[in-house]
Design a protein around this ligand. Structure first.
Ligand code: FMN
Length: 364
């Protein structure tokens, strides 16, 4: 009998055959005019990884305005819904479970994506980051601060995208409220200097997130909604930690106890934050006591660390990103203690099958 915690089934709001989750990863393979996921690329890629307890797809833009990277798939048009149907069918036929990550990049975009118009954000503050445009990497610009009308429209875009996800056959959705994109631009003081109901206090900076969540749960049961946070993100995507940052995430995560979500997905810090004032270095340990529901943890986990974090009770599920790029059969490799294949970062975002659907299974 296999006693690895990672390989045990999970049952709470979601039922999963194991606790190994494929983390959301942008792969920029929707290289077509409509930004549609296709059977031969995304269909095959996700089917190959269907032994994961849960697949979370790459970030998928909820509107044309939400995009900030080349060739990322959308979930706002009819054609996109039809494309995703082939993906969900392939995964389901293999006994897999798949959520789609709903994405709005906010200011991590570029006018090249918007016929020259400015990207939008909480406030008009340039993240001084880069956007991956059709014309190569470009410096970001100062975005337009969202009006109340923009906020309303965007809430509706997320609601529509959630309804589209249901129609496309997804088992659930993950709100990409992480990694310096639109929601985190509202959460953090460095990117939100608003003086209206969406800025200032912690409660106000979290308002947009909860309004989106409340709108989405009118079209999909909240047991099928996951949310993602990266509380100690610092020095990336124009985000810095200040004295309000961790209290903001504590407020949000505690408030989520009143919901009945599929899970809260947290990232350990992407960079070394041991010297960063106010940052938390051990995210799972810090937030586990604050949240009663399903907690998923990610970033830099290997098999041993994953089993340990579950055994310690600091998380319920572990999401693996890069290991799933190069090991479609990651679950089997963990089961049999097989060596893992290395990923090639040069093909993370390149077009076509190379570095995407051509990583072999250990059995091959
Ligand atoms: C190629 C690549 C693309 C990514 N795209 C996304 C994304 O679309 N959405 C997201 O939330 N995180 C994204 N991430 C972050 C991963 O989900 C994950 O947090 C990160 O890879 C750390 O986990 P790991 O150490 O297991 O790889 C991406 C990471 C990589 C390597």
């Amino acid at each position: 009998m296999n006693t690895q915690p990672l390989l045990t089934p999970y049952h709470k709001n979601i039922t999963l055959k194991n606790r190994i989750v494929m983390a959301p990863m942008t792969r920029s393979r929707a290289d077509n005019k409509e930004k549609v996921a296709t059977d031969d690329l995304q269909g095959l890629y996700y089917e190959q990884r269907a032994s994961a307890g849960l697949i979370i797809t790459e970030g998928s833009q909820v509107s044309k305005e939400a995009v900030g990277y080349i060739n990322t798939p959308g979930i706002h048009s009819k054609a996109q819904v039809e494309g995703w149907k082939t993906v969900t069918k392939r995964v389901h036929d293999k006994g897999g479970t798949i959520f789609i990550q709903l994405w709005h990049v906010g200011r991590i975009s570029h006018p090249d994506f918007h016929d020259g118009a400015l990207p939008v954000s909480a406030s008009a503050i340039n993240p001084n980051a880069q956007s991956f445009t059709p014309n190569g990497f470009k410096e970001t610009v100062t975005p337009k601060a969202m009006t109340l009308g923009d906020i309303k429209r965007t809430i509706n875009d997320f609601k529509n995208a959630a309804a589209n996800a249901v129609e496309a056959g997804f088992d659930g959705i993950e709100l990409h409220s992480s990694n310096g994109y639109l929601f985190q631009q509202f959460f953090n003081g460095c990117s939100n200097t608003r003086t209206d109901a969406y800025g200032g206090s912690i409660e106000n900076r979290a308002r947009f997130f909860f309004e989106v969540l409340d709108a989405m749960k009118t079209v999909i049961p909240q047991e099928k909604i996951g949310v993602r946070f990266n509380p100690s993100l610092h020095g990336l995507f124009g985000i810095t930690v200040d004295e309000d940052t961790i209290p903001t995430f504590e407020y949000i995560i505690k408030k989520l106890n009143a919901y009945n979500l599929a899970y809260v997905h947290l990232s350990e810090p992407f960079t070394d934050v041991s010297e960063v004032p106010f940052a938390v270095t051990d995210i799972a340990k810090h937030f586990r006591p604050l949240y009663n529901g399903t907690l998923m943890i990610n970033t830099n986990f290997d098999q041993e660390k994953g089993n340990k974090v579950l055994a310690n009770g600091d998380a319920d599920l572990v999401a693996y990103g890069k290991p799933f790029v190069s090991n479609p059969d990651l679950v089997e490799r963990f089961e049999k203690h097989l060596a893992l294949a290395e990923w090639d970062k040069d093909t993370f975002y390149t077009p076509g099958k190379k570095g995407y659907t051509d990583y072999p299974f250990a059995s091959e």
